[in-house]
Design a protein around this ligand. Structure first.
Ligand code: DC
Length: 237
């Protein structure tokens, strides 16, 4: 599940994972946790080489229960602090450093393992899991995204939040390594005028259809390998 900030990725991904009994991974939280650690260590964030030199140090542990996702850095639970303005303001710079991405993408692939997980981020369909069974790209209008973010984090005006989202989108989409992008085979879903329940239902419908199609394909392939003739519905396709 990829898409820009405020498109509804987190709530939708968690809801879908819970409905399907799957694990859940928030890769944005991993970039935020790395940023929190760099800030704590006083690493100069305007110096990509300094960030790269230390990117291998923090020990990150992501909990994958969609009902209670957690993130720990060096045994500190940073689930709260990574949502603060300091980390939010700095995370795009840290996420643009190739050494950071290399390390976190490797960790993400380790957690994904053989699958059974809903993963949300910016580059999941394009770089982290190009073979994912179902790829969704969520979008929403700039205004709707700013309104949703403001409902989560109080204190800023809609206009200020919208400007901050635009700044981050720009940085995330124009960076050289694995920018925010829709995979060619991802299904795009505009959530501007949909409620959370409606988006989850739509994603579940897409997931069911894809897995049914994939099951049909593998049954067809197995029959063909065994030298059996195609079924009537297969010949009529
Ligand atoms: O989804 P989020 O706002 O928590 O993500 C925080 C930042 O991390 C976002 O500005 C872009 C970056 N990010 C990324 O580069 N790649 C990902 N797979 C996930 C997030």
């Amino acid at each position: 599940m990829d898409g820009p900030s405020g498109s509804g990725k987190s709530s939708v991904s968690k809801g879908v994972a819970r409905a399907l009994g799957l694990r859940y991974l928030d890769t944005g939280a991993m970039y935020r946790a790395m940023t929190w650690w760099m800030l704590r260590e006083d690493v100069p964030l305007d110096d990509p080489a300094a960030i790269a030199a230390r990117a291998g140090e923090p020990v990150l542990v992501s909990g994958t229960d969609p009902a209670a996702p957690t993130i720990m850095v060096d045994d500190v639970d940073v689930s709260g602090p990574i949502r603060g303005p300091e980390v939010t303001g700095a995370v795009s710079a840290v996420a643009a450093v190739p050494a950071v991405r290399e390390r976190l993408v490797a960790l993400q692939r380790e957690i994904i393992g053989t699958g059974g997980i809903v993963v949300e981020g910016r580059d999941i369909g394009t770089a982290v899991a190009p073979d994912a069974q179902v790829k969704i790209y969520l979008t929403a209008s700039a205004e709707a995204r700013a309104q949703r973010r403001n409902a989560e984090v109080t204190g800023a005006t809609i206009a200020a939040t919208q400007a901050d989202l635009a700044r981050r989108d720009h940085l995330d989409s124009t960076r050289k390594t694995d920018p925010l992008a829709r995979a060619a085979d991802a299904i795009e879903l505009d959530t501007t005028s949909l409620g959370l329940g409606e988006v989850i239902e739509e994603v579940l419908r897409i997931a069911r259809k894809h897995t049914a199609d994939a099951d049909g394909d593998s049954a067809r392939q197995a029959r063909s390998r065994a030298g059996e003739p195609p079924t009537r519905s297969e010949t009529s396709e």
